[in-house]
Design a protein around this ligand. Sequence first.
Ligand code: ATP
Length: 357
Amino acid sequence: MKARGGGRDGRMNVVVLSDTHAPQGRLRPGSSGMVRETAIGVGGSPPWRAEGRVPSVDDVISLDRLGKRYGDRMAVDGLTLRLRTGAVTGFLGPNGAGKSTTMRMILGLDRPTEGRALIGGRPYHELANPLRTVGATLDARAVHPGRSVRAHLLALARASGIGRARVAEVLEMVGLDAVAGKRAGTLSLGMSQRAGIAGALLGDPEVLMFDEPVNGLDPDGVRWVRRLMRSLAAEGRTVFVASHLMSEMQLTADHLVVIGKGRLIVDAPLKEVLAAGAVLVRSPHAGDLALLLAAEGVAVERRAENELVATGAPIERIGDLAHEAGIRLHELSAREASLEQAYQELTANSVEYGSAR
Ligand SMILES: Nc1ncnc2c1ncn2[C@@H]1O[C@H](COP(=O)(O)OP(=O)(O)OP(=O)(O)O)[C@@H](O)[C@H]1O
């Protein structure tokens, strides 16, 4: 996704106030030789934990018929959903689906033309202390190229009343302490990603939003981000991640929100999305069953004399249809689709900028 414009000072990082947490990471060499990598954890618990509050739906992001019109086109169209605490929610959709626009509206960087996006029950600009609530990185290259990462983080921290010690902590957490004095413009894309993540973690927020966070990272970095997201969610935080990398999302997300042409396509647990795949059926009367299923509108692929794969109907319905027709089954089993396959099916009608087939 592309981030357009910027927040205050043109920066895209939205950070939180807190300098009370010590890092828990262990340093170990990064593959680049310049980047040191830490173990997971942002080193603390979310503010509502410290305050003894029980997390409720009000602590998370909720979208209520959210819409954004550009000219005669709806970039985001009637999105209604809630993001869960203690979970990584993957945000998927083809190019131009409206993911960036949605994230920008949540962060108060774009104004909705319809509906609303709430954090903790309020729009971003009405939060008593917005910087204590959400940390986000929408653009890996948001740091001014002539500024060092440390200077950038110190400026963010100062503006938010965060102590210098916390800057050192987050630099260590993301493995950038060795290069923190270098000008941001000289850093690789992967290092810039880490710098963005450091900014997002700076204030120890309960809500984290990342846009393509593994873009440009090497395999070690990708694994590190995956573990970071999982551990942030395990601490009870709300993690919202937009990505085009299906294999990565399959490993990282608990829940998926898929949009296409600005509209909600799926808001469901990852497991459910994967299970909505194909059903394998073995039967001595596979031919009869194939005809029956096809007549019922179920897509059928004959794999062998006694074997077929059905898609487009729940496993229970296939079993019931076979039973009603008196067709003996030797196997009826759900075949988990890969997220890549499931995603392609879900978004088949929503791809606007696909290549010619
Ligand atoms: N400032 C703007 N002015 C006009 N149109 C815009 C503006 N910002 C976004 N759009 C349009 O809104 C639609 C949604 O764009 P958006 O960047 O939110 O999609 P996306 O899902 O993030 O896409 P990608 O995955 O390619 O980054 C696109 O058609 C885009 O061209």
